[in-house]
Design a binder for this molecule. Structure first.
Ligand code: GDP
Ligand code: MG
Length: 272
């Protein structure tokens, strides 16, 4: 099963097209897909539109809707969705996350999943920084921000195979998320806002992950309405988190400590 997680806040104008595109992407692939929509206190018709779009696919796509009563932020939405998937998924399943605003083409998903499995990766990212990536309609200041972020993250938190630390469009193997859950317990998926996307990767980094990227075609011009990212707020929160994660690397969540916890988990698993 491929779980496709859409964190959404007021996406009534886009979620229908995003689900329809997922329906087209899955066609001809034997594996089943389950769209997991985390509706984060939307005040518009996001859920109704999603349900209609799924119904129009004639049962080909299972849709699960998880709801927050009040808006809590993108990170909180990802947390709800990831936790739900970890409860329901089997180890051979895959979790894909992507924007609900129809700017991330679901057509990439089958290829990402195939690479994840055939290459033995824990994570495959749809990246703006791989040869062949095409970016439509992203404003200059947002590009500058991503480019600056990329250099900062790569310098401070190098992960082999990773260039794009802030794109939400990723395919994860379930066991790597379970390992993170075991190591960090309640101390992960804690970031509330957009900085959570980067934080997820920094936390997985300490586990020693194998990651790869595929080029994305980012259809930003297809976004209806404005981006929900508050730029200055996100920069501030991201920098604060970077500092915290940098310090942790030399203490509580050093590679050594993390590996020790993972060995404990393996030993406990072997005994069970
Ligand atoms: N759960 C949740 N999702 C959000 C929130 N704000 C934005 N999103 C979703 O996060 C994704 C990225 O937001 P978007 O506005 O597209 O940001 P951009 O792509 O960085 O410009 C979209 O799927 C949004 O619906 C929020 O407050 N809560
Ligand atoms: Mg977006």
């Amino acid at each position: 099963m491929i779980y496709v997680l859409f964190p959404a806040f007021n996406e009534e104008e886009s979620i229908g097209a995003a689900l329809a595109a997922l329906g087209s992407a899955m066609r001809g692939h034997a594996e089943s897909y389950c769209a997991v929509l985390v509706d984060d206190g939307s005040t518009d018709r996001t859920v109704a539109v999603a349900e209609k779009a799924a119904a129009e696919l004639g049962g080909a796509l299972e849709l699960r809707v998880l709801k927050h009563g009040v808006n809590q932020g993108l990170g909180a939405g990802l947390k709800t969705g990831i936790r739900w998937c970890l409860e329901h998924a089997r180890d051979e399943d895959v979790l894909v996350s992507l924007d609900a605003d129809n700017t991330h083409p679901p057509a990439l998903i089958p290829g990402m999943v195939q690479l994840l499995r055939s290459g033995g990766y824990d994570l495959v990212i749809a990246s703006r920084y791989q040869r062949g990536a095409v970016i439509h309609g992203v404003p200059g200041y947002r590009r500058l921000l991503s480019d600056g972020g990329r250099f900062l993250f790569q310098a401070l938190f190098y992960i082999p195979g990773v260039r794009d630390y802030t794109c939400c469009f990723r395919a994860y193997r379930i066991p790597v998320l379970r390992r993170a859950d075991y190591v960090y317990r309640d101390d992960w998926l804690t970031a509330r806002g957009f900085e959570a996307v980067m934080d997820l990767l920094l936390r997985l980094r300490q586990l020693g992950i194998h990651a790869a990227e595929v080029p994305i075609e980012l259809q930003y011009e297809q976004r209806v309405g404005r981006s929900k990212m508050r730029v200055l707020h996100t920069i501030r929160r991201t920098l604060a988190l970077l500092g915290a994660r940098f310090v942790e690397r030399f203490g509580r969540y050093s590679r050594r400590n993390v590996q020790a916890r993972l060995s404990q988990a393996q030993a406990a698993g072997a005994r069970a």
